[in-house]
Design a protein around this ligand. Structure first.
Ligand code: HSE
Length: 435
């Protein structure tokens, strides 16, 4: 006999509709493999009169505008929140938890902003909160951090965790497009939103990284703790120079324990040069990946679709299955990942190698001036190239440095930009060698 499991769903947008359809397709298979007979009992929507896609079968499902119809219904076993946005989604999640219902959510914004309240509500009510779909869609990284790697000590995580920016940078790299053209193409194909700011400025990746880092380092991190820089000022030229130096430019999210500084981590989202031969360089288009380093397991990489209706709905449904398998009267053994107290490194103290591009006049003594400023700030040059001048006018020079702090680079660039021989603001990008 299959065990019946009733879902109460908040939200019937793209992912919610995907969940309805996916469940119809997979119900029998899931029953055969897990012994659970899962169905959606009620869906709470903003507008009950809204015309829905005719192909979406809502037969037997109660559509309501009243959240209480879900949180107070004793026959609903699992609440699924797919409304998106911080409020009222967080309120619905917390209410359902308070009514002892396990909650599955895909809502990274709610977790990044209200994680404390949500996790406290889960642990104090002894029910689970499951959020695999909130970070990198279909990639099962949350369960990996919570369970599969619970025995290890995560040293560092690096991710390409935003599909929009990865698509744009891929097109700039391989199709030689400038940023604006690549963004337009991404929008046409539905990989970028009509207002792309949240993705291209790095906020989406910062929210996801704050959740990954909270789990990986068992401490409370929020989006504001992540030093965040987007890709909108990256030029095709920089991608080409990076290519000649053996690197790709990626929007890299990184969370690392700081070497030699006890209990401190660095959290950063920034366009970064990574070696072409590194596994993350092969993550192209809208795909996502997380590369992590465990003290005992060593290096691992998780790769897949980070968004999309079915990939995300599949992650949601797997969480429903997991929640249903742990439905019991005993309190759910939930570990609040936000109880630790790791310090966050001042981003200016972060040390790395840097790529530097300056546009300068091509005349005697210019190089000496730039090298002089760098030297004054303790920045050691590792490599240098200058393009042949094709006509009179400024030329780009491209440098890489040995390891220095971001503070040193910032201070040096401030002085370089003020030199009369420098014709555009210098561009500096971090180089991640994964060492
Ligand atoms: N907008 C996100 C991305 C997907 O481009 O990866 C949802 O998190």
């Amino acid at each position: 006999m299959a065990k019946p499991v009733a879902i109460g769903l908040f939200g019937l947008g793209n992912i919610g509709s995907g969940l309805v359809s996916l469940l119809q397709e997979r119900r029998k298979g899931i029953r055969d493999s897990t012994g659970l007979s899962i169905s959606i009992k009620a869906i709470c929507v903003k507008d009950t009169g809204k015309q829905r896609d005719a192909a979406l079968s809502l037969e037997g499902i109660r559509i309501t505008g009243d959240p209480q119809a879900i949180v107070q219904d004793p026959d609903i076993d699992v609440a699924v929140e797919l409304m998106g946005g911080v409020e009222p989604a967080s309120e619905m999640i917390i209410k359902a938890l308070q009514h002892k219902k396990p909650v599955v959510t895909a809502n990274k914004a709610a977790l990044a902003a209200k994680g404390d309240e949500i996790f406290t509500a889960a642990s104090s009510n002894g029910v689970g909160i499951f959020f695999e779909a909130a970070v990198c869609g279909s990639i099962p990284i949350i369960r990996v951090l919570q369970e599969s790697l619970a025995s290890d000590s995560i040293q560092a995580m690096f991710g390409i965790i935003n599909g929009t920016t990865n698509y744009i940078l891929t097109k700039m790299t391989f199709d030689s497009k400038e940023y604006d053209a690549a963004l337009k193409e991404a929008q046409k194909l539905g990989f970028a939103e009509p207002d792309p700011a949240f993705d291209v400025l790095g906020n989406d990746a910062a929210q996801k990284l704050s959740i990954l880092a909270s789990l990986g380092f068992q401490s409370r991190f929020a989006e504001k703790d992540v030093s965040t820089e987007g890709i909108s000022s990256i030029k095709k030229k920089d991608i080409q120079y990076a290519d000649r130096l053996g690197y790709r430019i990626k929007l890299l999210a990184s969370a690392k324990r700081c070497r030699g500084v006890e209990n401190t981590v660095s959290l950063r989202v920034a366009p970064t040069l990574i070696p072409k031969q590194h596994l993350l360089s092969g993550v192209l288009n809208e795909l996502n990946a997380i590369f992590l380093v465990g003290k005992y397991v060593g290096e691992q990489m998780y790769y897949g679709k980070g968004a999309g209706q079915y990939p995300t709905a599949a992650a949601v449904l797997s969480d429903v299955i997991f929640a249903a398998q742990h439905l019991t009267d005993a309190p759910f053994p939930f570990r609040n990942p936000f109880l630790g107290s790791k310090e966050i490194q001042d981003p200016l103290d972060g040390v790395s190698r840097f790529y530097l591009r300056c546009i300068v006049l091509d005349k005697p003594g210019v190089l000496a001036k730039i090298a002089g400023v760098l030297g004054t700030h303790g920045v050691s040059i590792a490599s240098f190239t200058q393009e042949e001048r094709s006509a009179s006018g400024p030329v780009p020079i491209v440098l890489t440095t040995h390891e220095v702090s971001e503070r040193q680079i910032h201070d040096a660039i401030k002085e370089i930009d003020a030199l009369d021989v420098v014709k555009e603001k210098a561009v500096s990008l971090r180089i991640e060698d994964f060492s």
